[in-house]
Design a protein around this ligand. Sequence first.
Ligand code: B12
Length: 224
Amino acid sequence: MEKKEILEKLSTAVIEGDKNLARESAQNALRAGINPLEAIDKGLSKGTEVVGAQFESGESYLPELIMAADTFNAAMEILKPAIEANKQQVRKEGIVLIATVKGDLHEIGKNIVATVMETNGFEVVDIGIDQQTLSIIEAAEKNKADIIALSSLMTTTMPYQKEVIEVLDDMKLRDKYIVLVGGGPVSQKWADEINANGYGETAIDAVALAKNLLNNRKQTVAMD
Ligand code: B12
């Protein structure tokens, strides 16, 4: 089967909520040597975009969103071990505290970012979804995190990414952390606006960004 066809099948599986097709296509993707992260970005995630648009236009309802998420996760059961198999046995890059912000229950993207960062040498502390600003900051302090990674999938919860940065500022902790933001509606423009250190469109971007920002920080500290 051709790569294009497999990616289309992954997308179709999510749109139709067909878990068997999702599992079968995930297996086919791995057999065909497709990078599991490409299978996610160019396959499964394309399906969620369609489901999201159908929901927005009133063509489908909450059960369809739930089915899409379950189907995505069924494929992830097969893809996740393949991502983890590429684990880099390198020096520890840094500690990442990751959460989905207050009021937001979306976790698929956050989980992928956590897995990919872990596979690339970061220690990841995932405190889950719907996390209050103060819980996020407390967890970052407790775990001696270098990076706070905040996921938000809704325009209504994006302001809580801003709130985390503002409260860090108020607590005079802002300079201690690299704050990365991401999730569907988040953009570089938003990241600049709220004074985040970086924005990543995908999980892979998040890794590159985190490594660069940490290296820059280490160099700055060394020069001081
Ligand atoms: C699946 C889904 C759900 C599932 C979530 C299940 C789960 N366990 O996560 C359920 C059914 C629970 C759900 C509920 C709701 N949802 Co919903 N959902 C979706 C859907 C279809 C897919 C989201 C998804 O998982 N995408 C796949 C992942 C892989 O993509 P991703 O999260 O964007 O992550 C990637 C990048 O963004 C990035 N990334 C993510 N996080 C981070 C963090 C950092 C730091 C970095 C660097 C990068 C990064 O990396 C990831 C991988 O590359 C979207 C549609 C869409 N277009 O996104 C709607 C969508 C997000 N939902 C929406 C809505 C409205 C809702 C509900 C309010 C519906 C309702 N009436 O109840 C509730 C809200 C519940 C709540 N309080 O949060 C809207 C939001 C609109 C808005 N206001 O902005 C959307 C956009 C649909 C739409 N077009 O209308 N939803």
